[in-house]
Design a binder for this molecule. Sequence first.
Ligand code: AMP
Length: 415
Amino acid sequence: MTFKELGLFPQILKALESCGYKSPTPIQEKAIPQVLAGKDVMGLAQTGTGKTAAFVLPLLQRLAQGPRGRVRVLVIAPTRELAEQTHEAFGTLGRHIDFRSAAVYGGVGIGPQIQKLRKGVEVVVACPGRLLDHIARGTVDLRGVETLVLDEADRMFDMGFLPDIRKIMKSLPARRQTLLFSATMPADIMKLAQEILKDPVTVQIDHEAPAETISHALYPVEHHFKTTLLMELLSRTETESVLVFTRTKHRAKKLAEQLEMAGHKATSLQGNLSQNKRQAALEGFRRGSFKILVATDIAARGIDISRISHVINYDMPDSSDAYTHRIGRTGRACRTGEAYTLVTPEDAAMVAAIDRLLGRKTERCALQGLEYTVPEIGRVSTASGRAPSRGYAAGRVRRSGNRQPQLRRRAQPRG
Ligand code: AMP
């Protein structure tokens, strides 16, 4: 299947070509015809599947025709990063179409947003809180909305946004197209979907399992030895950009500092940062001036950086969904990636959940040559910093030649 066969306009095909998108991803193949036909759609897709373009492309087709100067498409997203990225996707994929888009989120001045909305836009990509603020001030008119998109609906629910979304609905016309995208479908999202979608078509791909292009490895380790193991993994592995996840903001900051002290180009992304610092960290990571980004789950939501070769779970995620979400940052659309997870004896239940998610016993690895106690969490195979090669295309992610290092290190204090 090609984008042309999906019936997209030449000016959209031209933009796709300059973006280097050669063929539609499975979710795009399934969702685009339905959205073009004006159907309500429930899309079950995680980040990394190409879900953004799955709704942006057909909506651009709609925007290429019809009136200008009123908000026709409203996208609601849980985080500023996701809102900004979706707004950018409209700009990039719609570069040959005459329309205007505004990103509307909190943490930055409202004045410039008001001015932009006043001048007239056809697309608004918004986070719920700031959008409600604009509605209350009368600075946005949503009466002409033709399509509403709720992106990452499960995340919005996690973040407590459902009441805000129900309030926003009241400002929208009843006759409209609604698209709801979610990586998971908990009962509350199902209920919301039943309330707001009319006769929806469900499109989904491969349930919640992470993309096939990613290889997974677990590294059993005692908690106090995690930082040493991480440093060693980084020094033995050839990487592009690396995203490291920690459970707490404090640990993200501290770990990034320790990595920096050890000579790595590292920074952290955590909830305490100002919007400017956040954007600087993300931009630096995107451009490659930082090779390692340490983040918490909340801070990393919506990160869309395609060069991430490795996701390292310094701390175990809370659920297999969260694992899928974190890992979805690597191996994006046809790229390959590796996921390393440091596991302590307390993580045994989550290890079982990950094995179930992946449908196999995930390889347990230990770093050869590094003197440390490997705790018993299922079978452990000794590897020279190697993750299993299964499932990733040759040539993309290579390791350093340091396969049999003769290192003897003593455990370091708790990281
Ligand atoms: P998303 O799931 O929307 O976060 O997209 C994941 C990544 O895949 C983004 O970096 C997109 O730019 C990229 N992408 C989306 N669609 C395609 C495609 N058809 N071909 C190649 N890359 C794509």
